[in-house]
Design a protein around this ligand. Sequence first.
Ligand code: HEM
Length: 444
Amino acid sequence: MPTIQHSTTPKSLQIMQWALNPIGYMETNRQRYGNFFAAPISPTTQDRFVFVNHPEALQYILTHDTTSELTAPGEANRNVAPLLGSRSLILLSGANHRRHRKLVMPPFHGERLKVYSELICTITKKMTASWQLDQPFSARTSMQKITMGVILQAVFGLVQGERYELLQQSLAQRLDMVSSPLASLLIFFPFLSKDLGSWSPGHRVQQMSEMCDRIIYDEIRERRSQDISNRDDVLSLLLTARDEAGEGLDDISLRDELMTLLVAGHETTATALTWALYWIYSRPDIYRRLMDELNGCSDPLAITRLPYLNAVCNETLRIYPVAALTFPRRAETPLELMGYPIEAGTLLMGCIYLIHQHPEIYNNPQEFNPDRFLEKTFSPYEFIPFGNGVRRCVGSALALMELKLVLSTVLTTTSLALVNKSPVKPQRRGVTLGQSPVMLKRVA
Ligand code: HEM
């Protein structure tokens, strides 16, 4: 029987590699060990993590992740607790997790999405109008402002105003503190985030976190004192929710849930948009085909159904998935996956990046080729940018709609060019996979 292999490199060095060069870490281990490998990527626990790089095994895990065999334990995500709080959806498990998901899902699906389509186009047009001719700008900063605007409206029901501006700025600053590969070490080595005095990085992290919390708690307090019966943003829904005992959520739970949706809901989509702009403006053939398809199409619903635009968005999410891994699933009993024995207690992470780069599934996986999505339908475990199972991304429908509407608005309202022709590379951004800077400029 085959066994799951792991590198003999000391654990602390492996954590550094994973933090500073995640793509290199995944590729090297896959070349050596294949579809499964053990990866000791947490400095604070002795948990046994295994990366799962094959769709067949991942399908089994994610279709059994609420059974006696496998679970999706929230406590395994404790490294995001300093940012999101310990009562975040991401850290909850079992019945409590299911109850919170039910509360936060509706505003991100179905009819509610239509309301946001107009908002997305309006915010994007405002942004494109601010780009000056021949003046370079950071694609990421602009995309982040757009996605933040959308999520502030969906989650808080905040449109414009002083609190909106303050929250936007302080959250962006807080997230930027762990955005470079080196700064991401703060997440992997939590002792570095300790406030050791005004000179320490931990001090600034604490200051910015307190600032964000103050703004969020002010909004919660104000909303508790208002009539919110007609409001349908997430904060208002959470404020009126009651459990079986008739108890509502306390302020800390509310803050943690709001912070989770704010962070998960805008950083990820901004990264995907930045990649998409890079690919589109570095490939004139793709740009022209998109422009032909968009010609005369202005209805948001019709735009979200355009096949080539859909293929470009899927290929963007395939080649460098924003989340390289799913959240961990734990084997509760000994299991066998594709002939490999898995010990009880093992934490299994679906490696989205390696599955999206699997040569048996994708021809020339390193090539950006949207046509592959027009020629073949991939299974939800071969193409899995939003995970699956009990922790599948709650914002996937909103993110896909946002990608398509922001891109179509940018393409049809302005002309852009890349400032620099050198290739943009993937690099760690906190717990996600971002990219080196993409600079654009408006051209005549
Ligand atoms: C391109 C954009 C996005 C990508 C690639 C992405 C990806 C993911 C992935 C891979 C997971 C883990 C799934 C699993 O373990 O099976 C996840 C979970 C999650 N996502 Fe997203 N996401 C995106 C946008 C969003 C948006 C817009 C929101 C909020 C509106 C959001 C909120 C969440 C939340 C709350 C979870 C945790 C769910 C749970 O623990 O039950 N994400 N996302």
